[in-house]
Design a protein. Structure first.
Length: 366
């Protein structure tokens, strides 16, 4: 058994690149047993515990609320209490012409890495590394250095761990995405009439959010450019449709539980699922399986009186739909679609919104 072995930040969700340390449960240098909980981490999706993979003495340097990269060492487990952390020697950059080089890296990426002093050890995972990935890694390093600085006339905001993880994720997303937005008005009386008819037919009331999720799920099969993502230089479509919706869980940060495809075919099933997931968010009972797998997202700010806003795209998604409040005195409310222009275009987005509007107000849609 090695004298010093790394305890890595686990990959709990395929889209996670960072986690935030919420708490250490043992001090650095303390004795731990195999499977003992040593730390709690949080991503934008969920909070989880990290267990020691063997017995020994836990050694670490990261403070609480530090941002750590998935796959990187969170701590080290040593055979002796007086062990010192020894960072692994950086892997030398392979020449792009060398037969033993790392084929993940493009030539431009390798050239820029040399200029910035980065090594292949700065990039975890097995995906293709391009010039934009190198620039993003360099920017993350600059942000980490800036976090230790003090700025005249300002003081740091006390942010939750989930907000720190969200900031890191969105920074990565918006370095690549080409955002665009389309808005259509929906007559409020038409929506209310449709919801009253459905209540009479099904014997149960529906919220606008529940109805929008159901109708969007029925449409997205015809719009693969809005139910996919852009990666590795091309667009990808998801085989299934799974719609996430934003929930502000009363001080515990924003969560996006997901209505899976198996529930989207029935209005009643959508309503039951949305209510169950929302309740579990507020009770802090949400699980990792409840928040992964989303292919499209809906965020509803109508109850806050917000008449217009710009929804923020999620990673590995091409579009997000916003529901706005009624504009005072105008009798309509807006649906806002923010989308990645690498995947779709304004006319396609407008057509999708037009069809969705018609489904929300037309009695022909059951």
């Amino acid at each position: 058994m090695p004298e010093l072995s790394p305890l890595l930040v686990p990959q709990m969700n395929v889209n996670d690149e960072h986690a935030v340390i919420v708490a250490w449960h043992v001090g650095s240098g303390a004795r731990v047993e195999a499977e003992q909980v040593v730390a709690t981490l949080e991503t934008t999706k969920a909070t989880f515990d990290v267990h020691a993979d063997r017995a020994g003495f836990l050694v670490y340097e990261h403070a609480v609320k530090s941002l750590v990269q998935v796959g990187a060492p969170l701590a080290w487990i040593a055979d002796r209490a007086d062990a010192q952390i020894v960072q692994a020697c950086p892997t030398p950059l392979a020449s792009s012409s060398s037969t033993g080089g790392d084929e993940r890296f493009t030539r431009k990426a390798l050239r820029r890495m040399r200029e910035l002093g980065l090594t292949v050890a700065d990039f975890s995972g097995e995906g293709r590394i391009e010039l934009s990935d190198v620039e993003a890694a360099a920017a993350r390093g600059g942000a980490a250095r800036a976090s230790a600085e003090h700025f005249a006339g300002a003081e740091p905001i006390e942010e939750s761990a989930s907000k720190l993880a969200e900031a890191a994720r969105l920074t990565d997303v918006y370095r690549a995405v080409v955002p665009s937005m389309v808005t259509v008005p929906v007559p409020c009386d038409g929506v209310l009439s449709r919801m009253h008819r459905l209540r009479d037919e099904d014997g149960a009331p529906f919220s606008l959010l529940e109805l929008v999720i159901h109708e969007a799920g029925a449409l997205l099969g015809d719009y693969p450019d809005l139910n996919g993502f852009f990666a590795s230089g091309r667009g990808w479509r998801y085989r299934d449709i799974a719609i996430g919706f934003a929930v502000n869980a009363a001080g515990r940060g924003l969560k996006v539980p997901v209505v899976q495809s198996s529930h989207l075919g029935s209005r009643l099933s959508v309503a039951r699922t949305v209510r169950d997931l929302s309740l579990r968010c507020f009770r802090n009972e949400i699980k990792m399986d409840d928040v992964i797998g989303g292919t499209f997202t809906v965020t509803d700010l109508s109850s806050y009186g917000v008449t217009h806003f710009v929804p923020v795209l999620n990673d590995r998604q091409a579009a997000i739909l916003g529901i706005c409040a009624e504009r005072p005195g105008e009798g309509h409310q807006d649906l806002v679609l923010c989308f990645d222009h690498r995947m779709s275009d304004g006319m396609r987005a407008a057509t999708f919104l037009g069809e969705l509007r018609d489904r929300l107000i037309s009695p022909a849609h059951r």
